[in-house]
Design a protein around this ligand. Structure first.
Ligand code: UDP
Ligand code: MG
Length: 309
């Protein structure tokens, strides 16, 4: 089959033992009936179950099935980049292992690619079943990230088809903590969008907790923007203005002999200033830790096993 037409499907998989074969056969059926040449690369992100064994079984029975396995859990972003690195196709599609991204849309995305589009983005027309707190946090996060990246990310997902040019542009980025769904828009190229409904996860459970989502949000906002640092300066100026007003008032009261005892005020001021300082230090500390991570230049992931590639 001509590599020039080949579609590489990259599937990050973490503890998905019961989804691997099902996902593979679902995709195969759709692509074979549409005569699309393809390979499917499962990236086992350090799973603790039989995910990699299932991938190996598939790989020994089907030439289209390939797999790599990380030495430990490095996260979904790392898995996506590892998949992009080993993919041989002329275009690459990223999708989840739980089929929450509808495989039935792949032929349409592939057709758009053949028409000349270089980035085909799946955008969520609904978020599927989710608890309201999760939806609220996700909305807030995407509102912030859309503002700082100047790219509308409100409905963004990782379900994307990228032309080789876009893949190569992503792969030369040296960032240690890449944010795939924003970077793949940031690289530009001729883009088409395709709406999809997030399907329900039928097998297994979501890997995201509120804590891991919070970390993910903070990491990605700080990797795209230094606005929180500017916010600290703004806060400083606001407090400076407040201090002038309060200072003038206090001096006036002191010289007119109406100064209050002042203990409560002093304690409150100390607490407010202390908190603002500590939070600001936390912001700065976070950026320093990001620089520290980048400067060490450790690999994004370590591959321990591979099959079929
Ligand atoms: N995933 C991964 N590494 C992780 C967490 C998740 O590769 O550390 C994969 C997971 O196997 C799935 C995809 O990323 O294929 C999306 O994960 P999940 O379904 O848990 O997220 P949700 O759909 O709830 O956002
Ligand atoms: Mg899912």
């Amino acid at each position: 089959m001509p590599v020039g037409e080949k579609l590489s499907i990259i599937i990050p998989s973490y503890n998905e033992q019961d989804n691997i074969a099902r996902t593979f056969h679902t995709i195969c059926e759709i692509l074979n009936s549409n005569h699309i040449p393809f390979e499917i690369i499962f990236v086992d992100d350090g799973s603790k179950d039989l995910t990699y064994a299932r991938i190996q079984e598939l790989s020994s029975a089907h030439t289209e099935a390939k797999g790599i396995s990380f030495s430990r859990n490095f996260g979904k972003e790392a898995a996506i980049f590892a998949g992009l690195e080993v993919a041989q196709g002329a275009c690459c599609l990223i999708m989840d292992c739980d089929l929450q991204h509808p495989a039935s849309l792949i032929p349409e995305m592939y057709r758009l690619w053949k028409e000349g589009f270089e980035v085909i983005e799946g955008v969520k027309s609904s978020r599927g079943k989710e608890n309201p707190l999760h939806t609220f946090c996700a909305r807030t996060f995407y509102r912030i990230i859309s503002k700082v990246t100047a790219i509308d990310m409100s409905q963004a997902s990782d379900f994307k088809l990228l032309d080789r040019k876009a893949v190569d542009a992503l792969l030369i980025m040296p960032e240690r903590a890449p944010f795939f769904r924003a970077l793949s828009s940031w690289v530009g190229f001729k883009t088409a969008t395709i709406p999809f409904e997030v399907q329900d996860r039928e097998i297994g459970a979501s890997k995201w907790s509120l804590w891991s989502l919070t970390k993910y949000a903070i990491r990605n906002i700080t990797s795209f923007s230094s606005a929180p640092l500017q916010l600290i300066s703004l806060l400083g100026w606001i407090m400076f203005l407040a201090s002038i007003v309060l200072g003038v008032q206090s001096l006036y009261r002191y010289f007119t002999g109406t100064a209050l005892e002042g203990f409560t005020t002093v304690i409150l001021l100390q607490l407010v200033i202390g908190s603002v300082l500590m939070i600001s230090l936390g912001f700065i500390g976070h950026y320093i830790s990001r620089i520290y991570d980048e400067i060490k230049a450790r690999p994004r992931y370590i591959i321990s096993k591979r099959c079929g590639c």
